[in-house]
Design a protein around this ligand. Structure first.
Ligand code: B1M
Length: 205
């Protein structure tokens, strides 16, 4: 049944995932095993296929939806078991309304076991700082799609470094790069959603 869930997630079949997860639960398979050995493992494979160009954004989004459909069934049964592997506050920086890439990164982080607090778009340094204080994440993730909003990203990273030095930052978006991350002192840069998950895992180690 674990294999069936895995296969259905990769195929993006939400209904199929739900019924396979229900069957697994009926067979007495532990929720944590279903999450780790089927749902998260399938999303790891989705990430790998996205990186190698075997899967494209729409298929990835559909697989993440299917994964979340299964997760919805098992998550309430975890009985206080620590589930989230880490906490991330994420948002698109001030002046920038692009959120498709940020939403994709959010879905992939969530389906890889992270708890994600999404601040939406046009989030100022103050909004990021307030959320960092309130939610105490290990990581704050910033997205920017405009060359003009790279300055907002720099200002937000600077504010976080000064006022919340224990929190790691990661950045992404079409105009930014590893070089820019190094210049502004961000904790890391990821070029795509799958790499963002790998980076987040690395940053919380
Ligand atoms: Co706009 N836009 N847009 N736009 N838009 C771009 C970005 C642009 C390159 C188009 C162009 O001119 N060729 C250009 C920017 C030029 C520049 O600055 N260099 C541009 C412009 C100029 C504008 C406006 C100024 C247009 C105008 O009004 N004159 C305006 C700005 C509004 C604003 O933000 N204040 C504007 C508006 C819009 C729409 C609202 C119409 C719409 C956004 C809808 C939305 O997001 N809800 C839109 C869109 C859709 C685009 C394009 C076509 C597509 C962007 C996208 O969603 N890509 C884009 C051109 C293009 O890229 N072909 C363009 C798909 C997405 C999955 O990829 O976002 O790169 P991406 O995310 C990737 C990675 O970058 C990475 O992972 C993601 C998944 O692999 N990533 C992260 C992203 N965030 C990350 C965070 C991480 C880690 C990785 O860690 C935290």
């Amino acid at each position: 049944m674990i294999q069936e869930i895995y296969t259905k997630v990769l195929a993006g079949e939400s209904d199929g995932v739900r019924s396979a997860v229900q069957k697994a639960l009926d067979e007495g398979i532990k929720p944590s095993k279903i999450i780790n050995d089927a749902l998260i493992k399938a999303m790891d494979e989705v990430g790998a296929r996205m990186k190698s160009g075997e899967m494209y954004v729409p298929e990835v989004l559909i697989a993440a939806e299917a994964m979340k459909a299964g997760l919805g069934l098992v998550k309430p049964l975890l009985e206080g078991e620590a589930y989230a592997v880490g906490k991330v506050v994420i948002g698109t920086v001030a002046g920038d309304l692009h959120d498709i890439g940020k939403n994709l990164v959010t879905m992939l982080l969530e389906s890889s076991g992270f708890e994600v607090i999404d601040l939406g778009v046009d989030a100022s340094a103050e909004v990021f700082l307030e959320a960092a204080g309130k939610h105490k994440p290990q990581i704050v993730g910033l997205s920017a799609l405009l060359t003009t909003t790279m300055a907002s990203m720099e200002a937000t990273v600077k504010a976080l470094r000064e006022k919340a030095p224990g929190i790691k930052t990661m950045i992404g978006g079409a105009p930014v790069s590893q070089q820019f991350a190094d210049e502004i002192g961000a904790g890391g840069y990821a070029p795509d959603g799958a790499s963002a998950v790998d980076l987040a895992k690395k940053l919380i180690q």
